[in-house]
Ligand binder design. Structure first.
Ligand code: CTP
Ligand code: CA
Length: 219
């Protein structure tokens, strides 16, 4: 059981992890976000730290406790997460992009609370793609992306693996019930750029440790 008897096999390795949702303010009291709990990314941070890695965790708003010996940077918006990832990318040997990054933001944030009315139109514009920018800075780092899909899991994940030039992608099948959001468990497909394929149904902690086991061979 990894959780209680960790091997110290990541000593000297630096891992940058993003976790949780990002949040895009509409006005001072409202925001756009998503159902990410942050548990997968936090589990990854905990697993890596227990195995001896130096871990920096860039966290969106989650309400989760910082795992033992993890250095945490809190962010709110995609733009803030973007800046933080770029600033910290050089530090790491491995980047784990578990965050559910908001693809859109409102183009003009209201400075005053919007009052109740019959109709409200918000104009949403696209946020930067963090992984796309990371690619331009990539040296020898291993980059792991995540994907949440409600349909065509392996096709969509494979597309992202290629387009985002990832070393690995961890694809979640999102059920109609909302599983695995907020759960301690997860059901994932892991695809690698070299064609490896794994299917896993386990706790988020075990999945994190499994991924650490497979990347260990590459570093
Ligand atoms: N990601 C990112 N920057 C964004 C959006 C996503 O870096 N603006 C990262 C996520 O952290 C994840 C991976 O890209 O590791 C895939 O995210 P996903 O939302 O599944 O992919 P998108 O390219 O945004 O495609 P779509 O939401 O349309 O499925
Ligand atoms: Ca997206």
């Amino acid at each position: 059981n990894y959780h209680f008897y960790p091997k110290k096999d990541f000593v000297g390795k630096k891992i940058l992890i993003t976790a949780g949702p990002t949040r895009e303010p509409i006005d001072p009291v409202r925001y756009i976000s998503n159902r990410s709990s942050g548990k997968m990314g936090f589990a990854f941070a905990q697993a890596a730290s227990l195995r001896g890695a130096q871990v920096r965790l860039i966290a969106g708003p989650t309400g989760l406790r910082t795992p033992y010996m993890v250095e945490r940077i809190d962010v709110e918006t995609t733009e803030e997460m973007f800046k933080s990832v770029i600033d910290n990318f050089e530090f790491c040997d491995i980047l784990v992009m578990a965050a559910a990054v908001s693809d859109f933001k409102v183009d003009q944030r209201y400075t005053k609370k919007i009052k109740k009315k019959n109709n409200l139109e918000l104009n949403l514009i696209s946020n930067p793609d963090i992984l796309k920018e990371v690619n331009l800075l990539k040296k020898n780092q291993i980059v792991i992306g995540f994907a949440a899909e409600t349909e065509n899991l392996s096709t969509n994940a494979n597309k992202k693996l290629v387009e985002k030039k990832l070393d690995y992608i961890v694809a979640n099948k999102i059920h109609e019930t909302g599983f695995p959001f907020g759960s301690e468990n997860n059901e994932v497909l892991i695809l690698s750029s070299s064609g490896d394929y794994y299917e896993l149904n386990s706790t988020k902690i075990n999945i994190a440790n499994f991924i650490l086991d497979i990347i260990k061979e590459k570093i």
